[in-house]
Design a protein around this ligand. Structure first.
Ligand code: GLU
Ligand code: MG
Length: 467
């Protein structure tokens, strides 16, 4: 469960006392510092830390940080919008105690995601976590719908001894191979132990397709908590790797060619405790609302890509036949359509049925991603959008007439194309709010300019160790 209210200066009722008790408990467990984390528009997790004894003060009054990070690029240079990117001003970071956890792979540290509010106690329009909370509250109040979400995490493990900038896969065994699992036996066990200690329910951990690649999938939570969890899992993957002398990359394309790192999103809509993706009279048990939710997503995927694949490197990953789902098509258990209908096996469908969105990578800010996906799907529900016919097999092989009849389009082939689609999409811009929407556009354009003139190898190299 996540707190569903914005922070208030002075602390919400009872929160400061609760922070005091938690701080004492953490100190008793040997925790010295608390990492306060948020994700910026470019998808970089930024942090401040406080000594554990300062936790009550942080809960009451926040911790200062400049709003300039809203328009930071992934290389730490800064762009500006009409309202963001100025060297002036300050914000307060408020930790969410409901998500506070001692970091098992970083002894001495605890971690909490933060909301950012102004010094005057107002919502900060650039805070993705606040925006996602607002979008989910709107869905609940206006449509009576709640969501469950999970982000799959893929990464590659490189040898820590490789020369700076170079990726040398830490394992040599084949995709999904037992050899690879044995090669990282201690690392994998330590990772599972750390995630379990942090109350992250892992569903699977496996060697993936690309060189040195692994994946972990985790249980679904409400969207804000799911986004928090995706940040925490990555912090943990990285920390365990560090202890084993390994280097981690979550970059969308670690190498210029071949399968990249995805961050597929699983999403399900619920009303009154019932899963809208199961037990309905639509295809594969979807209710009419679940079909329209999928249709709403499909219609906006080209514009959504500016949020879900925010880095030039993302477009090296988003290529046909790399399991990244680059066509606006859907199918049951498909590996190549952008939307995969997951029904689960007979017996668990009411609990497990969901929609998987594939063209998402881990450069994406998970709060903005979930907010934008939910806004698009809700618009599908509100307009009763009809879901086109299912696509089976590789959509790359569809003939032009069939593709046109089903509205199957290739997703943007570049970040520039995606950002143009986003700029024209009033619904998505309104969902994020004008300040954040402008930041998304400005930051994407900044990344495009920063990668201008680079060939594919150079783009992959430039972003390889940033995420
Ligand atoms: N690595 C693939 C991607 O970039 C996904 C592989 C899978 O289906 O798990 O999205
Ligand atoms: Mg995978």
């Amino acid at each position: 469960m996540t707190t569903h209210a914005d922070p208030v200066p002075g602390g919400r009722p009872g929160e400061v006392e609760r922070a005091g008790a938690l701080a004492a408990e953490l100190a008793g467990q040997g925790v010295h510092g608390v990492v306060l984390a948020y994700v910026d528009t470019a998808g970089i997790t930024r942090v401040k830390t406080v000594p554990v004894a300062r936790l009550p003060d942080a809960v009451a009054w926040g911790v200062g940080m400049s709003p300039v990070f809203d328009t930071f690029l992934s290389d730490d240079s800064v762009v500006t919008t009409d309202v963001l990117g100025s060297p002036d001003g300050d914000l307060r970071l408020y930790p969410d105690l409901d998500r506070l956890v001692a970091l098992a792979a970083q002894p001495g540290w605890a971690w909490a995601p933060v909301d950012r509010i102004t010094q005057d106690g107002e919502r900060h329009p650039g805070c993705g976590r606040t925006v996602l909370r607002r979008i989910t509250a709107h869905a609940r109040q206006r449509h009576g719908i709640t969501f469950k979400a999970a982000v799959e995490i893929e990464w590659v493990l490189g040898r820590g001894t490789a020369p700076r900038g170079v990726f040398e896969p830490a394992v040599s065994g084949p995709a999904y191979g037992a050899v690879r699992q044995v090669e990282v036996s201690d690392y994998g066990a330590d990772l599972l132990a750390a995630l379990a200690a942090q109350a992250v329910e892992v569903e699977q951990f496996h060697p993936e397709y690309a060189a040195g690649q692994f994946e972990v999938s985790v249980g679904a939570l409400d969207p804000v908590a799911a986004a928090d969890r995706s940040v925490l899992v990555r912090q943990t993957v990285r920390a365990v790797a560090q202890r084993h002398g390994l280097r981690v990359s979550f970059a969308p394309a670690v190498l210029a060619q071949g399968v990249g790192n995805g961050g597929h999103v699983h999403l399900s809509a619920w009303r009154d405790g019932s899963n809208l993706h199961a037990g309905g009279s639509g295809r594969y048990g979807m209710t009419a609302e679940a079909e329209s939710f999928a249709a709403g997503l499909l219609a906006r995927l080209p514009a959504l890509t500016a949020v879900t694949a925010p880095s030039p490197a993302g477009y090296l990953r988003l290529r046909p036949s790399q399991w990244a789902g680059v066509f606006t098509a859907w199918g049951r258990e498909t590996r190549e359509c952008a939307l995969r209908v997951v029904t689960g096996t007979l017996g668990v469908r009411e609990r497990a049925s969901n929609l998987e969105v594939k063209p998402v990578d881990l450069a994406a800010n998970p709060y903005l991603t979930l907010g934008a996906l939910i806004a698009a799907g809700l618009d599908g529900i509100a307009t009763r959008a009809p879901l086109p016919e299912e696509t089976t097999g590789d959509p790359a092989r569809l003939d032009a007439a069939t593709a046109a009849a089903r509205g199957v389009r290739r997703l943007p082939v570049s970040l520039a194309e995606a950002v143009e689609a986003f700029r024209r999409d009033t619904l998505l811009r309104d969902a994020l709010g004008p300040v954040l929407a402008d930041a998304v556009t400005a930051v994407r354009r900044g990344e495009i300019a920063a990668a201008d003139g680079l060939d594919d190898e150079q783009v992959a190299a430039a972003y390889r160790w940033r995420y």
